[in-house]
Design a protein. Sequence first.
Length: 422
Amino acid sequence: MQTTKTRLTDAQVRTAALPEGKTEAVLWDADVAGFGLRLRGKSKTFIVSYRPAGSGRTVNAKRFKLGTPESIGSVKDARRMARAALGQVAAGGDPLAERKEEQRRAGATVGALLDRYDAHLERRGYVNRTDVLKFLRRYLAPLSRREISDVKAWEIAEILEKLDRGGPKSAATAFRSRCSPFLNWCAFEARVIDANPLAGYRRRNTRAERVRKEERGRALSDAELAAVWRAAGDAGVFGLLVRYLILTGCRRSEGAKLVWPMVNLERGRIDLPKTFTKQARGHTVYIAPELSQVLAACEIDARNPDQVFPSPRTGGPMSGWSKIMDPNDQRTLGGTTARTPGFVKACGVDFTLHDLRRTFRTGLSRLGIDREIAELALGHAREDLEARYNRDDCEAALREAFTLWGEHVAAVCAEPRETVFD
């Protein structure tokens, strides 16, 4: 290392270069002890070398980076910063340790950890990563700048209570189901907290809430299914997506994010990759004639040609389900301008998109489809189920299941009577 001291100037800083054969050198300033310009490769950095007060010469000196000549501007300003840092040392401080602590705290804020959690879920190929992080960032926004170790359990509980009192329906349950895994990740993988603040949290359910939970989710009757199917015919791209969900039993995200490379019309199948489904394993949907008609009606959007059901607004995957469905008819309440009602009011059936999945599963059973084949058709595949069928027999049985269901839907929508299961 070069140890000769000289009074640093701006001109000297501009022309400074590493001696031949060296990988690092320091030009020490003659005015301020411990202040210098470090040369490393093509980079130049102003530094301060110091030993913490009271540590003695047996302790290795620390080097504190002040900044580059470009970021600081002049040697005069860098020298002033060096004196301030050395003043901290004289007062018993440790500038390098304090900076590391600041960086640690900045990296341990709720907002920064949500970014890391996002990257973690992306590496895992978590299908609903975007929706989960959007939800968490929305409701944890008041805590985003706080260091997570300073966040108390009562503050998380307060968010839950506010959502219970005035948030969207089921928002509190959804928040808890998404926030708890995030906090577990903070505790057991990121190691920034000792324990999950929600651990042991139990929300007391009233009798009315238990009844609502039991009633939540259902299979549609044939008459309701027909009403939804017919209303979907006037609902554009969303209507095509609804019909796709009816015929396949897929989750809404599996339909909304479907892209054409997954669809093989020649072989009559749709192959959803394992990174695409909730169960993190591949799932095959077989194309019955009714589904083929739905796919044929899908138009290519130039903004995103691969998207099967592109959002009319963005061209990307469709979202904003609560606004599209609008079960509480918020669109037509208040205001002076008439607005198109949500899909629930338009079709006259109070249902959720996940109810179409329940309807598909119930319908297969009522059509006499073997329970295990029905589970495979829904994507609830298990190795013990698949082991009972060889590949050819399983495919034939699944094709028959999708075909029978498609024929049933077509019959229901063609006949106004309550049910065709007579």
